[in-house]
Design a protein around this ligand. Structure first.
Ligand code: SAM
Length: 349
């Protein structure tokens, strides 16, 4: 039995991973760790890769998260909102491209009119297409989540970003970790499939914090977990700051592999930021090291340069049709198949 398998079985026999056993995963030979994560993915999620097009439908944001390129204080960003009809057109196109979920992501605004507009968009997508709807629009009151749920929202993505409360407070002048977790719990109580996750290597992150991040995903019993490398944006207060794993980029992949081993039944996307660090190959490698979802960019091309969360974000000069074809080709090129059906959570609730 390989070292990783032995470690995992010992841990499972005792019931659970803890901080020290998660940290021990990072000491294992990397190729063995990657191979074990890939086997856990195959056993639990199969060979299907679900394509979930992401539409960055608004970059208007009231928050000032220290790391984020579309933070409110970045006045170099041209703000936009994509109108309802155009979002519906994108959704209809997606259906022809084997995409079974639309992910609608935006900055964070607490405005009744925008909440109503989103409610209308969700309802129309659910009645005019067969797509599942995932929202990702930040912290909102429970009532807003409830209205979106009633309109047909299936899932919600809201990363906790870091499990360390002090680091969270430093990075987010507008909210605290407790409030973020409250949102995730509200969503769960409404019957929404819940996704969260974190950035890998934010300045100040230690290996203890990384292990705790992975364990918090497990403790929240998440349906979906998205993680990706932190990349310093030049127009933010973290400009020029190094990633905590700047000297060992394999740690980004090791984090995904450890995440998969500790969370065998979660949907895990190969996130876009991996392609920013490893152009054209990052997401393929993540799919081979634990992930089972790919989120092609489905934002209409002319908006993309105004949704630069971090530098070198890929696909800025492309459109939804090109990104969809490229995603499918990447899945096939690594010998996997495109997921059929909505790709809902496989966890029993
Ligand atoms: N406003 C929503 C929220 O905060 O959940 C959704 C949009 S937010 C821009 C989407 C994600 O982008 C965040 O969860 C964060 O992890 C990621 N992100 C933002 N800036 C980043 C950076 N500099 N490097 C890596 N990821 C970043």
């Amino acid at each position: 039995m390989s070292t990783v398998a032995a470690l995992q079985e010992n841990i499972s026999a005792d019931g659970v991973f803890d901080r020290s056993t998660v940290k021990a995963l990072f000491d294992l030979p990397r190729e063995a760790l990657f191979a074990r994560a890939d086997a856990v993915r195959k056993d639990n999620m199969g060979d299907e890769v679900f394509l979930r097009g992401i539409v960055e439908f608004s970059n208007v944001c009231a928050n000032d998260c220290l790391y984020c390129g579309i933070r409110k204080s970045n006045h170099d960003v041209r703000r936009y909102r994509i109108d309802e009809e155009e979002i519906l057109e994108v959704a209809r196109r997606m259906e022809g491209w084997q995409q079974t979920t639309i992910v609608l992501q935006s900055g964070e605004v607490a405005a009744e009119k925008e909440d109503e507009r989103i409610e209308r968009i969700i309802r129309r997508i659910k009645t005019e297409t067969r797509l599942a709807v995932t929202m990702s629009a930040g912290n909102r009151p429970r009532d807003t989540y409830a209205r979106w749920r009633a309109a047909g929202m299936d899932r919600y993505l809201l990363r906790f970003e870091t499990s360390n409360p002090e680091l969270f407070a430093f990075l987010h002048p507008d909210c605290d970790l407790h409030e973020r977790i409250r949102c995730l719990k509200d969503l769960r109580s409404l019957g929404v499939q819940v996704g969260s996750g974190f950035m890998i290597g934010v300045p100040g992150e230690t290996l203890d914090i990384l292990a705790d991040n992975i364990l918090l995903c497990r403790d929240l019993d998440l349906d979906m977990i998205g993680i990706g490398p932190f990349i310093a944006h030049p127009d933010t207060p973290l400009a020029g700051q190094s990633n905590a794993y700047a000297d060992d980029h394999d740690m980004f992949f090791a984090a995904v592999s450890a995440l998969r081993i500790v969370n065998p039944k979660a949907h895990i996307p190969a996130t876009t930021a991996f392609d920013a660090i490893f152009p054209h190959a990052g997401r393929d490698l993540v799919l081979q090291r634990g992930a089972n979802v790919f989120m092609p960019n489905a934002t209409p091309g002319r908006f993309r340069k105004n949704y630069m969360l971090y530098p070198d974000k890929p696909c800025v000069d492309e459109d939804d049709h090109q990104c969809s074809g490229c995603a499918a080709a990447r899945v096939w090129s690594i010998g996997r198949v495109i997921g059929q059906g909505p790709g809902h959570s496989i966890k029993a609730r």
